[in-house]
Design a protein around this ligand. Structure first.
Ligand code: DQA
Length: 143
């Protein structure tokens, strides 16, 4: 049976491609979404994509995933390091969450080392660039 997955991108990720390309690469968010959607299709996974710069909208998207999606892949951007509210949304819905970061947050500034969501995520992938999303899709498909 095919699986349904929600891919959530948090703040500033809409700027990918031009935002600090030495850190995040030159791939745009649209390219990532196109590649992930095509890859997911090949794995019998239906992918819904959502980006927001607003914490509350991300929380609403996590709530809405309940009963609708089999898993969530999330790159919460800087909210990763600040948002107890997003962490609580994740632990409040019974949907497994795969946390992804393009960069290796542990090799960067100290304030990026802590993620509020890792403790409630099913898995954490960081440092693989856009390939991290593909790895998460493959892991969900293999579940
Ligand atoms: C990020 C890492 C965060 O520290 C940063 O605030 C981002 C992107 C990543 O994908 O590497 O916006 O989540």
């Amino acid at each position: 049976m095919s699986k349904s997955v929600l891919l959530i991108h948090g703040p500033n990720l809409n700027l990918l491609g031009t935002r600090e390309p030495e850190v995040y690469g030159k791939t745009t968010l649209k390219d990532i979404e196109t590649d992930c959607t095509a890859h997911a299709k090949g794995r019998d996974v239906e992918l819904a994509v959502f980006q927001s710069n607003h914490e509350g909208e991300i929380i609403d998207a996590i709530h809405d995933a309940r009963g609708k999606h089999d898993a969530i892949i999330i790159n919460a951007g800087a909210y990763t390091h600040t948002s107890v509210a997003i962490r609580d949304a994740i632990s409040g819905v019974e949907v497994p969450v795969y946390e992804v970061h393009l960069s290796n947050i542990h090799a960067r500034e100290e304030f990026r080392h802590h993620s509020h969501m890792s403790a409630v995520a099913k898995a954490v992938i960081c440092g693989l660039g856009p390939q991290g999303y593909i790895a998460a899709i493959d892991a969900i498909a293999a579940e």
